[in-house]
Design a protein around this ligand. Structure first.
Ligand code: 3HC
Length: 311
C-alpha cells in the first residue's frame, strides 16, 4: 500500500497544509516545483535587462534612484527564488547553466524592446501589475519555501506597480508628445502582459496537476480576467486607451470580455523567436562569463579563510 510518506503528503495537501523541504514528496511534485520556481527566478533576472538599459538615461535623479531600487529588487527576487528551488535538490550552477545555455524558460514578456522612457511606466503598471495578480495566490502555494518567498516579493512588487502607474500619470498630464509616448508604450505592452498568465486553460498541460497540488490556486484564464478587470478603471484614471477594440463590460459576468489574444505570437516568443530573445540570452551569458573571475576570487577567499580557521 501507500508508503507512510505518501499518506502524509496526501493528508497535508488534502488539509491545504504546507510541504517543507524535509517532507516526503512525489517525484512529480518536486520536478514541477523545480521547473516553475527556477523559471520564475530566471524571469526575475532576465527582467532586469529591459529596465537596466534606462537607469543611465532616466529623466531625473528621482526616477533614476527609483528605477535602480526596482532593478535591485528584481535581482533579490531572483536570489530568493533560486534559494527556494535549491531546497528541492537542484544547484544554483545547474540552474544558471540552463539559463545561459538557453535550455531554461523565462517569462515571454522580457523579450520585448523598451524604445522610450514611457516603457518604464508601462512595464511597472502592466508587467508588475500582472505579476502581482499571478504572485499573490502563490503566497499560499503548498510548498513552504516558495510561498514564503512570495510574501516578501509581493510587498516589493506593489511599489514596482505604483511607480509605473505614476510615471504614466505624469506623462499623461504632460505635452501631447508625452501623452502619445505613454499611449504608444501601453499599446506595445498590453497584449504581451496578458500572455504572461500562460496559454488558455484548455491548452495548459500543467494546470490540472499544479492545481491538484495547491501550487496553482487559480487557472491562467481566471487570473488573466482578474487582471484585465483591474486594469480598466486604472486606464480610465490615466486617460490611456487599452488597445483592445472588443473590450466591453459583460453585465452577466460582471467582468470585461476581451478580444482574441494572438497565441501564434506567444508560441513564437516561447520558441525563442521573439523580438529580443537572442540578445537577452547573450547578455546573460556575457555577464556570466565576465563575472567568472569575481566568483572564483570569492571562492578562493572563502577557502583561504576556512583553511585558516581550521588550522
Ligand atoms: N512565458 C514563458 N513560458 C510560459 C509562459 C510565459 N508567459 N506561460 C506559460 N509558459 C510555459 C510554461 O512554463 C509551460 O512550459 P513548461 O512545461 O516547459 O514549463 C507551458 O508554457 C504551458 O503552460 P502551463 O500553463 O501548462 O504552465 P504552468 O502551469 O507552469 O503555468 C505560469 C505558467 C502561469 C507562468 C506558471 O508557471 C507560474 O505561475 N509561474 C510563476 C510566475 C512566473 O514565473 N512569473 C513570471 C512573470 S515575470 C515576474 O514575475 C517578474 C516580476 O518582477 C515582473
Amino acid at each position: 500500500g501507500e508508503s507512510d510518506g505518501e499518506a502524509m503528503f496526501d493528508a497535508l495537501i488534502e488539509a491545504d497544509g504546507r510541504i517543507e523541504p524535509r517532507d516526503w514528496m512525489p517525484e512529480g511534485y518536486r520536478r514541477t516545483l523545480i521547473r516553475q520556481i527556477s523559471q520564475h527566478a530566471h524571469s526575475e533576472i532576465i527582467g532586469m535587462q529591459p529596465e537596466g538599459a534606462w537607469i543611465t538615461r532616466a529623466p531625473s535623479l528621482k526616477r533614476k534612484s527609483i528605477l535602480l531600487a526596482k532593478v535591485q529588487d528584481e535581482a533579490g527576487h531572483g536570489l530568493y527564488l533560486y534559494s527556494a528551488a535549491q531546497t528541492l535538490g537542484v544547484t544554483r550552477d545547474e540552474m544558471t547553466q540552463q539559463l545561459v545555455d538557453g535550455t531554461a524558460r523565462y517569462s515571454s514578456i522580457f523579450n520585448y524592446p523598451t524604445p522610450t522612457w514611457a516603457d518604464m511606466g508601462a512595464i511597472g503598471w502592466l508587467v508588475d501589475g500582472a505579476a502581482i495578480c499571478n504572485q499573490v495566490p502563490l503566497c499560499r502555494a503548498s510548498y513552504g519555501p516558495y510561498g514564503r518567498a512570495m510574501v516578501r516579493i509581493c510587498k516589493e512588487e506593489s511599489f514596482h506597480q505604483r511607480q509605473g502607474f505614476e510615471i504614466l500619470l505624469t506623462l499623461m498630464q504632460g505635452t501631447d508628445e508625452q501623452r502619445q509616448m505613454a499611449q504608444d508604450a501601453v499599446n506595445r505592452w498590453y497584449w504581451p502582459s496578458l500572455m504572461m498568465f500562460g496559454p488558455p486553460d484548455d491548452d495548459s498541460p500543467n494546470s490540472a496537476q499544479s492545481m491538484a497540488w495547491n501550487i496553482k490556486r487559480f487557472s491562467n484564464d481566471v487570473l488573466r480576467q482578474r487582471f484585465v478587470s483591474m486594469l480598466v478603471p486604472q486606464a480610465a484614471v490615466l486617460g490611456v486607451t487599452l488597445p483592445d477594440p472588443d473590450l466591453r463590460f459583460n453585465d452577466e459576468t460582471g467582468e470585461y470580455d476581451m478580444g482574441e489574444i494572438d497565441w501564434t505570437e506567444f508560441h513564437e516568443v516561447l520558441a525563442g523567436r521573439g523580438p529580443l530573445n537572442t540578445m537577452r540570452r547573450q547578455h546573460r551569458r556575457d555577464a556570466h562569463e565576465e563575472g567568472a573571475w569575481v566568483r572564483e576570487a570569492a571562492a578562493a577567499y572563502a577557502a583561504k579563510k576556512s583553511a585558516k580557521a581550521a588550522a
